[in-house]
Each structure stands twice: as structure tokens, then as C-alpha cells.
Design a protein around this ligand. Structure first.
Ligand SMILES: Cc1ncc(COP(=O)(O)O)c(C=O)c1O
Length: 368
């Protein structure tokens, strides 16, 4: 009975992408046209392929305007964007930083890069992001938390306004992991506007890509200036002298990647419309199995997801779809199940566990 349903699912997904042949249907391939070739060629011809160049500046300005933040600072990837958010927040060895157990490993790793201690608080079942109720409950009972990093899972915004109010109440720094949420709005405001800083990713599997790349978002000019300084080896401006005023990082996005990003950005509206339309198509077919965007949110539907009955059914679905040429993947293994993080402090994680047992991502590329 179950296999019959999975067979129908596979057939349906293939028709959605017009891939009725044997070809493997990928999860989220990048979407390119001639413009990427034009702009990267222009960049190569200019010889400014590394960290200095106009494409990086233009890309930063476009992203800042799109997200409605004062400034955006480009960097090499989303992971080091998160690391830099930690550094700018003054996270010190031994500090405790809360994040969610259901996230990509980079969120927890960025905390560890500062020799700080990740602390895991549960997510909500509907948003799959940090639960405000569980956060407040944890902060009531545990002192000494320095910062909180919620993540907008698969582009679905978490209850970020409530989380911000709680952080303000308890005097905790808020940083948003927006790696997956370009184009996602909560109560009409783009994600990345609630915290002291936010980190975005332009990895090859994201809504728009720069190959590898990331962006820091700020509404504080001074922090943005500091971020730019730190991403460029903390080199003091001078026409020829090499003088550095602190230990900086080689984190600046190369111009070549930014050229690719600008070409991608030109079609962001088209890509977002396609992803939201795909969500509607999937919703009609999968009905209550489909994971819809949460209330008060306009999700980018970066990765489409469905909910299976239990872990056994999840694993059967994963095996059947992948055996039959439709790429699917489970949600991440909870951070608290990984060797490096299994001894970290955490609260009750029943929602995260419930989701880990059931959620599967299905093909989410742009349909052309
Ligand atoms: C939630 C989350 N945080 C951080 C990252 C890290 O971004 P990057 O791969 O660009 O380093 C990713 C994705 O790759 C992510 O999904």
C-alpha cells in the first residue's frame, strides 16, 4: 500500500519537473542562463577577480536594499559570516550561546570557532525554528547566556519578533542565521532585520548562488564597518603600506563570485515566484503531508518539505525515491546526536526529535 503511494509520489514529482525519463532529478540545482556567463566573463576581462572590485560592492548594495537592512558585507561563505557575527558580538571562550538542535552543522560550529559553548533549545513544530516559549522557559531557569542564534529553517521564518522581545528582556544578543532565508519575510519585514547581525549563504544549493559565498546583514553602520575591516585582514587603508590593527580574516567575497551573484540577483523575483508556485503545486498534491510556510510569514520555500508518519515510513520513502531517481533527503541529524555536541547543555528537544523522524525534503529547483 505504502509503496504504491510512493510510486505515485515519484511519478507526480517527475511530471512537475517534466522529467519523465530515467534522468535523476536533483534536490536543488542552481538556475543559470547567459547572464552568468556575461558577467563572469566581464569580471575576468577586467582582471579584478579577487577581493577588490566593483561587483562585490554592487552585490552588497543590491542585497542590502532587497533585505531592507542598512548595510550588507559580503564574505566567502555563510559559515564564516556566522563566525564573524560571533566575533562582532564579542563571544569569548566559555561563553554560552543558544541555538536550535535542528539546523545545519555550521550554526553550531560557528559558536565552537570562538571556543564558546553551544546550548540547544527546542524548535516549534510549525516553523521548525527556535521556539520562543521554550527559549523563555530556558532563560528563566538558566543565567549566563550571552547570545541566541535562531535559524529560519528551509526559508520558513521562525517567530523572530517574539524571540527578539525575549532576548531584549533577558539582555541576550540576537543573531539570525538567514543562510536559507533570502526572500523570506516575517510580518512584512525581511528576515535578518531583528538581530544585531545576520548571516546569509549563497552556496550552490541556495535560492541564488555565488558558487560559494555569504553575506552579513546589519542595521548598525559601525558594526558593518568593523565587519568589512575584519573580512579584509584588518588592513588599515593606505596606498602602499601593509599595516594591520588586529587579527583579521581573509573572508572577503571575491569579485568573480559577486559577478555570478549579480547575474543571479537579476532573476531573484522569477526564482522566488517559481519556488512559491511549486509550493502550491506540491500542497495540492501532498495535502496534509506538505509542510506549509508558518503563519504571518511569506516563505521563500527554499527547500520544499513533506511530513511522513514516522521514522520507519520516512526511511522507506527516502529509500524508494532515491532508488527511483528522485533525490530526497531527511532533515539534519540533531546536533545533540553528534559526537562533538552530544554533551552540550540542552532543554527538552521533543519537537526537534519529532521533526527529525518525519521531515523529508523533495526536489525544489526552478522549473524551466
Ligand atoms: C542553516 C545554515 N547555516 C549556515 C550555512 C552555511 O553556509 P555555507 O555553506 O555558505 O558556509 C548553511 C548552508 O549551507 C545553512 O543551511
Amino acid at each position: 500500500m505504502m509503496l504504491k503511494t510512493f510510486k505515485e509520489d515519484v511519478e507526480f514529482i517527475r511530471t512537475v519537473f517534466n522529467k519523465e525519463d530515467e534522468e535523476v532529478l536533483p534536490l536543488h540545482p542552481p538556475y543559470f542562463d547567459n547572464r552568468e556567463i556575461e558577467l563572469t566573463t566581464e569580471c575576468i576581462k577586467s582582471t579584478f577577480v579577487s577581493s577588490v572590485g566593483q561587483f562585490v560592492i554592487d552585490f552588497e548594495n543590491k542585497i542590502a536594499e532587497f533585505c531592507g537592512v542598512k548595510r550588507a558585507v559580503a564574505c566567502v561563505n555563510g559559515t564564516n559570516a556566522l563566525h564573524l557575527c560571533m566575533v562582532l558580538a564579542g563571544i569569548q571562550p566559555g561563553d554560552k550561546v543558544i541555538t536550535q538542535p535542528l539546523t545545519f552543522i555550521a550554526t553550531a560550529n560557528a559558536i565552537k570557532y570562538c571556543s564558546a559553548e553551544p546550548v540547544f533549545v527546542d524548535v516549534d513544530k510549525d516553523t521548525m525554528g527556535l521556539s520562543p516559549e521554550k527559549l523563555e522557559d530556558f532563560l528563566k531557569k538558566n543565567r549566563g547566556i550571552k547570545a541566541v542564534i535562531p535559524m529560519h529553517t528551509f526559508g520558513h521564518p521562525c517567530r523572530i519578533d517574539e524571540i527578539k522581545n525575549i532576548c531584549d528582556k533577558y539582555g541576550v544578543i540576537l543573531i539570525e542565521d538567514c543562510a536559507e532565508s533570502i526572500g523570506s519575510f516575517y510580518k512584512g519585514i525581511h528576515t535578518g532585520n531583528w538581530g544585531e547581525s545576520a548571516a546569509m549563504s549563497f552556496n550552490g544549493n541556495k535560492t541564488i548562488t555565488t558558487g560559494g559565498g555569504g553575506m552579513l546583514l546589519f542595521n548598525d553602520e559601525k558594526l558593518a564597518d568593523r565587519a568589512k575591516h575584519l573580512t579584509t585582514q584588518a588592513k588599515m587603508p593606505h596606498r602602499w603600506e601593509f599595516r594591520h590593527d588586529t587579527v583579521g580574516y581573509n573572508y572577503r567575497m571575491p569579485n568573480l563570485n559577486a559577478a555570478l551573484g549579480l547575474a543571479q540577483f537579476e532573476k531573484i523575483d522569477k526564482i522566488l515566484s517559481s519556488q512559491r508556485e511549486l509550493a502550491e503545486i506540491y500542497k495540492k498534491y501532498f495535502k496534509e503531508r506538505f509542510v506549509s510556510g508558518p503563519e504571518n510569514a511569506r516563505s521563500n520555500y527554499w527547500l520544499q518539505a513533506i511530513r511522513l508518519e514516522n521514522r520507519k515510513e520516512r526511511d522507506e520513502f527516502l529509500a524508494y525515491t532515491n532508488d527511483n531517481g528522485v533525490m530526497t533527503r531527511p532533515v539534519w541529524t540533531l546536533m545533540t546526536e553528534l559526537e562533538m555536541y552530544k554533551n552540550c547543555a540542552h532543554g527538552d528537544l521533543s519537537n526537534a526529535q519529532w521533526l527529525e523522524d518525519r521531515i523529508v525534503n523533495i526536489p525544489s529547483g526552478v522549473r524551466v
